[in-house]
Design a protein around this ligand. Structure first.
Ligand SMILES: [Cu+2]
Length: 339
């Protein structure tokens, strides 16, 4: 197996070792728990990646479990559920078979955005597609590359920053399941896409971020110059806007320009409403240097009541930049509100 093959992003960020170990055991584990505070991917993923195998069928077991505080989460191993759930990653053309184990005493399901599936894998009670308490059920998600149809009409591929969530806990719409943490990111990549050094999932869910509010959000950590991927998802019944301090991205599929003539609009703030999702990559601290940079909902009443967190860009050698610890202390004391 070559390094190129090892970069194939099966599920979230995985080191070559964990991917190989997972394959051998028939179990897949993410290299970084991509809930807030996700870790560092193997250095090799900074290179341009080419899918080694196309149209693969991958299988993963997800466990839905109860968490403290009346919350629920998805995890890749029993007892390891997180909010958000693990990042599931595919290349266009891949198929994902998910064995969802329901370890709770509530009816629940998993429903994806952006990919293709039959009614049995819809994850909705409308189609009788859900797990009873204690039940294991298989859901199949398909993806496809861009293609040219009749008359030269181009059809979109599946590539994008998508997401998945419960659609059955408490009601036919999964409103309670989503409110209590059953959601996560789904990334479908296109051949040639750059893979990140670090990856963070940020879900604006009702008036929380990942079911937490400031000052309790974990600090997101990267080193100066690393390629960082943010996956932003909206849930609940409020409108939100996502803002990241001191960094900008292109308002396109990837967040980076495809060449010098790419006319994509450059933004640092974007609507993030229920059911919506987007992702982008930035170079940590590019043009601004290391430091503690805030990210938050820009609906002012939301940022004031706790929808804010810290993106810490350390020095390139991983050491703390001047003033950063003081900034984090202020965040912990004041919830980032600057009172
Ligand atoms: Cu908001």
């Amino acid at each position: 197996m070559t390094g190129r093959q090892a970069r194939h992003p099966l599920f979230g960020q995985m080191s070559r070792r964990s991917m190989l170990a997972g394959a051998a055991a028939g179990v897949v584990a993410p290299m970084a728990a991509t809930a807030l505070g996700g870790g560092r991917a193997a250095a090799a993923v900074r290179d341009r990646s080419t899918p080694s195998v196309r149209g693969e069928t991958k299988r993963v077991t997800l466990y839905a479990e109860e968490l403290p505080g009346g919350l629920y989460g998805y995890g890749l191993e029993p007892g390891k559920a997180t909010i958000p759930g693990p990042v599931l990653e595919l290349w266009e053309g891949d198929t994902l078979e998910i064995d969802l184990v329901n370890n709770t005493d509530r009816r629940l399901s998993i429903h994806p955005h952006g990919v293709e599936y039959d009614t049995e894998s819809d994850g909705s009670p409308l189609n009788d597609s859900f797990n009873e308490p204690g039940e294991t059920r298989t859901y199949v998600w398909r993806t496809r590359p861009q293609s040219q149809g009749p008359d030269g009409f181009w059809l979109p591929g599946s590539a994008g920053y998508w997401h998945y969530h419960d659609h059955a806990l408490g009601s036919d719409h999964g409103t309670e399941g989503i409110a209590k943490g059953l959601y996560g990111a789904l990334v479908v990549r296109r051949e040639g896409d750059l893979l990140p050094d670090r990856q963070f999932t940020i879900v604006f869910n009702d008036m929380t971020i990942n079911n937490k509010v400031a000052p309790d959000l974990p600090v997101l950590v990267a080193d100066l110059g690393e390629r960082v991927e943010f996956i932003a998802i909206g849930h609940g019944s409020n409108f939100h806007t996502f803002h990241l301090h001191a960094h900008r991205w292109a308002d396109n599929r990837t967040g980076y320009l495809m060449g010098p003539d790419d006319r994509s609009r450059i933004i640092d703030n974007r609507d993030l409403n229920p059911g919506d999702s987007f992702g982008f990559q930035v170079i940590a601290g590019d043009g601004v240097g290391p430091g503690a940079w805030m990210y938050h909902c820009h609906v002012q009443s939301h940022s004031e009541t706790g929808m804010n967190g810290v993106f810490l860009v350390r020095n390139a050698d991983g050491s703390m930049p001047e003033g950063a610890q003081e900034a984090i202390d202020r965040y912990r004391q004041h919830g980032g509100g600057g009172h």
